[in-house]
Design a protein around this ligand. Structure first.
Ligand SMILES: [Zn+2]
Length: 420
């Protein structure tokens, strides 16, 4: 990828934005971007200005979908932002440079509040509203001596801030006061009340009285204030936890454990990742895109060919499931009316003794994969659909997986002297 990135940079004569912000100072897998001396800068067209983030996206996308430096829209089966999600959320876990940059910017904010020894302490660091919002959402303060907790900004009132509890009153505080007034400072002679400016309405006065009561109850101790990072057990910032936090609230993907927490060759996992999102070129999908396709499933000639039909419903597939589970002596029911492979696996997993569960997972990926390959040989090589051929290929493949590393399959594979 590094070589390709350098080549792509030379070919496209890209000029990088000269002001590299911390957004971009992450461990790029293509460090060549920084020290690519071969780029003929004098011949660069100055009107082509793209960011490293875009270059990274372009190269990684091309690498993933087309195996070369760039891919066009037709190659890409899955939206790139989905690819960049963690695998638990249905993506491939490719690092998203934008979110990485955000996480590292917050590192500066964190150290500016927790480590007075930093050389850049006291400088006027600029942060965007998004960065500040994420920082506030990720931290809260345990009040000690009140010398570092900001009265107007920090979340020191039982984990909430004045901004959240009394938004109208917060609006009456000038910006420079918000960023300088500490709790200890504010309590000293009730000087916090002098920060409030402008005309106060009914709401503001109500919230002022509310804050007054809180301030009266506030007691300081001798211990220093403690800023707590919400996303780690230790309460300290980590870039990884911050990166993960940017996905907070995203919809979870239920099939990731089946696909990724199991022994199978990577290409089989990738196939299942695509199939789970209905991104395989079945006849039904080809029809949707107006492409040439066969009218019905080639394996049974009865139903329209969808991913679900091929994996679970097709009579040939059901027979393959039955024979394979019987051959391996796994006491799980074969798929019937389940909406997806994952739904079947979750149910079957409960009906299977714990010692056989690893094998069940591998089989759950193996059978649909071999059915798909059999279907492909029918479509592209004019092979005839045959249960025996399919079963033979499943058995061969299972033996290969067991010989390679699959621990679950090795346990259940029938011992035989039949050497091919
Ligand atoms: Zn069929």
């Amino acid at each position: 990828l590094c070589e390709e990135s350098t080549a792509a940079l030379q070919n496209s004569q890209v000029v990088f934005i000269s002001k590299l912000t911390a957004d971009h100072m992450v461990e790029l897998d293509n460090t060549t971007l920084y020290d690519a001396p071969e780029i003929p800068m004098d011949t660069c067209r100055s009107d082509v200005v793209i960011s490293i983030e875009q270059v990274q996206k372009m190269l990684q996308r091309g690498f993933l979908w087309a195996g070369r430096a760039a891919a066009n829209g037709g190659h890409c089966h899955v939206n790139w932002s989905r690819v960049c999600r963690p695998i638990e959320l249905g993506g491939l876990g490719v690092r998203d440079l934008k979110r990485d940059g955000l996480a590292l910017r917050l590192r500066w904010l964190w150290f500016s509040r927790t480590d007075p020894e930093r050389a850049w302490q006291g400088l006027d660091l600029q942060f965007s509203p998004t960065e500040r919002a994420l920082f506030w959402a990720s931290t809260f303060t345990i009040l000690g001596n009140g010398l570092s907790a900001l009265l107007w900004e920090d979340r020191w009132i039982g984990g909430r801030s004045v901004r959240e509890l009394m938004p109208n009153l917060y609006g009456c505080i000038p910006k420079r006061r918000r960023t300088t007034r500490t709790v200890a400072d504010g309590l000293n002679g009730n000087s916090w009340a002098r920060d409030i400016q402008g005309n106060l309405g009914l709401h503001e006065i109500g919230q002022y009285l509310q804050l007054w009561q809180i301030m009266q109850r506030t007691e300081l101790s001798t211990a220093p204030d403690k800023l707590i990072w919400r996303w780690t057990a230790s309460g300290s910032y980590s870039a990884q936890s911050c990166y993960t936090a940017t996905f907070h609230g995203a919809t979870a993907c239920h099939s990731w454990k089946l696909i990724w927490k199991c022994w199978a060759p990577p290409r089989v996992k990738f196939f299942h990742w695509l199939a789970n999102q209905d991104r395989c070129w079945t006849a039904e999908r080809l029809a949707r895109h107006g492409l040439q396709h066969h009218p019905r499933c080639l394996l049974c000639d009865q139903q329209p060919e969808t991913v679900r039909h091929l994996m679970l419903e097709c009579p040939l597939t059901r027979q393959a499931w039955h024979e394979t589970l019987a051959w391996l002596r796994i006491p799980a029911p074969i798929p019937s009316q389940e909406p997806s492979l994952t739904d079947w696996w979750r149910q079957a997993n409960e009906d299977t003794p714990p010692t056989l569960r690893k094998a069940l997972k591998s089989v759950a990926l193996l059978v649909p994969w071999m059915v798909w390959k059999h279907r492909n040989s029918c479509v592209f090589d004019n092979a005839m659909p045959s249960l025996n051929t399919l079963l033979d290929s499943i058995r061969d493949e299972a033996r290969s997986w067991a010989a390679a590393a699959a621990p679950g399959l090795r346990l259940v594979l029938p011992q035989t002297w039949d050497v091919h």
